[in-house]
Write a protein that binds this ligand. Sequence first.
Ligand code: GTP
Ligand code: MG
Length: 687
Amino acid sequence: MQQYGLENIRNVVLLSHCGAGKTSASEAMLFTAGAITRLGNVEDGTTTSDYDPDEIKRQISINLSILPCQWKGVKINLLDTPGYSDFVGEVRSAIRVGEGAIIAVCAASGVEVGTEQVWSYCEEAELPRLIFINKMDRENADFYRTLEQLQSKFGSRCLPLQLPMGAQDSFQGVVDLLTMKSYIGSEAKEAEFPASLQTKADSLREKLVEAVVEIDDKLIEKYLGGEPLSLEELSIGLRRAVVTGRIVPVLAGSAIKNIGFSLLLDAISNCLPSAKEREVIVVGGSAKQVDKIEPSQDAPLAALVFKTSADPYVGKLTYFRVYTGAISSNSQVWNANRDGAERIGQLFIPRGKTQEPIPQIGAGDIGAVAKLNVTSTGDTLCNQDKPLKLAPILFPKPAFNLAVHPKTKTDLDKLGAALSRLSEEDPTLEVRREADTNETILSGIGESHLEVAAEKMLRKFGVGVKLETPKVPYKETITVPAKAEYKHKKQTGGHGQYGHVFLKLEPLPRGSGYEFADKVVGGAIPRNYIPAVEKGVNEAVKEGVLARYPVSDIRATVYDGSFHQVDSSDICFKIAGAGAFKKGLAEGQPILIEPIMNIKVTVPEEFTGDIIGDLNTKRARVQGVNPEGGLNVIEAQVPLAEILRYAIDLKSITQGRGSYKAEFSHYEEVPAHITQKIIAERQAEKA
Ligand SMILES: Nc1nc2c(ncn2[C@@H]2O[C@H](COP(=O)(O)OP(=O)(O)OP(=O)(O)O)[C@@H](O)[C@H]2O)c(=O)[nH]1
Ligand SMILES: [Mg+2]
């Protein structure tokens, strides 16, 4: 593939609610542009984009794919993203490196939750965009109803650039409102303008032209003066209006029938900004503070790593987008985030699963390289003598946790390495060890996200795991001071055993942990046996008397005892220390305590009541509701045990419009009826 200048490159992100047809549309574009010779489809698992076995099995996109093609002298890098909200990390990466977006909408389902979500991402990133109303061939497809929804949700700047000819079974092509020409079938053959559409097309064209001329005073003058505007003037004006976000053109087609794609490719190259037109934000390096630089070929290298994938055969693959300068095969670059040099081997242009070797990747373009050492997603590659850091990619923090249990001993041995490679590949996955429950916890965006991660672990690294709801790290403590005595005495054949300990147990404030003190006077227990007593208590602390949870917030003081000249030993005092502690616990009116979390739930206002209602069933104390950026933030304290699967509940209450964060606050007593249940469960477990 030849090299293109910045003006002739478009990095275009495909976004939508899940299943609107991004992958099918990208396949149709690749086919129409001649980048592939066979048109694959999602149902057969033959698309260029969804090549991963997990994607083929589920018939959904999971990973971001880079799909380059060439169209009329322009290189278009399509970035196909997953629509399923669990994989939002991939969407974030793609948006970060694109200059323009196509939002696909299903002509039958219309505007959906995911459509609104990706629209807001585009607003945030100020991405110029087109809307493609796909599936015009489908039963129930309705271009005008969908258009109305778009305009009512996103405003009157969503203006049709095309109209469909027919719909559902009879959908056959589109008319272009700028040229007033009509195109039929997958070949986009020019046909006679359909008379039935004339009036509608005229009036909608008028609206489009009115919006276009507003971009330029000279055009307005001409237009108001009744002078005809040339096609060139209109298309330059339209381009400026789209690039500045004043117009979001609406197009139509069918990916399955491959109708509408040469016009979509035209719209990408004519209306969406080139790689030259988006400023680059620098946050560090020689630029010191936040700064903006122009994309340029004649400047030192600045490339952003936006994706890393762990391939069991090739090893690690690093995908990057070059903003300034160029990067060459077999060279050395500087990683500004790690302060380290990185050797670059053979560079590739990726297209789905295939990789085409290339000597150099210039400004504006996207490439990949294998086996980098220190580099991970979000890093900037540059020249060592001109170091700089590009603005990072902001990923959502994972909030849904599951415990990972390896299936066999071999799985256990390989687990750590596999998990760390997975989380390197996916910044929305986190792994940590929960010391209190002795579990490995995998955190992600949602249940499917973690299920896919587990499958990937098996397929790529041969590690089998079971995912389970994490255990709650309950603890036990006492509520009143208690004293206990324990005498360990045995008279066997020869040498006897003797240890005798008095302990005082006192409850401590929450969060104090466990303390041991020695107040023995007068040698009732000789000094050299005190460490043995402490050891015994230390061990007994690990399992309480209610439900075998660790004991906390307690002070144990040894204050008396007795010994035997011959029969006493360390082991005897250890047994006596542990025994006294257990007895004391039972005397101290023991209780279970549980972790309480601070939770912040962010939802559209209309869900506030339902969220609070649901939190109330979860033993939560709602502490406040605050508006924040058009949304409501509900703050509450809630027991961890009640929100182990909150990501799923929240999704079903809000249809995916909510998000939440939870962090540990403190421990509190478990209500009695729940304590009884937990004790019964632990007993059953033991049996
Ligand atoms: N009838 C009809 N079906 C389509 C069309 N485009 C896509 N589909 C079907 O819709 C389903 C989803 O298509 P995809 O291309 O996977 O949609 P997507 O937006 O990439 O989905 P995710 O990546 O999972 O969000 C598949 O079964 C496609 O065959 C179309 O134009 N017409
Ligand atoms: Mg897809």
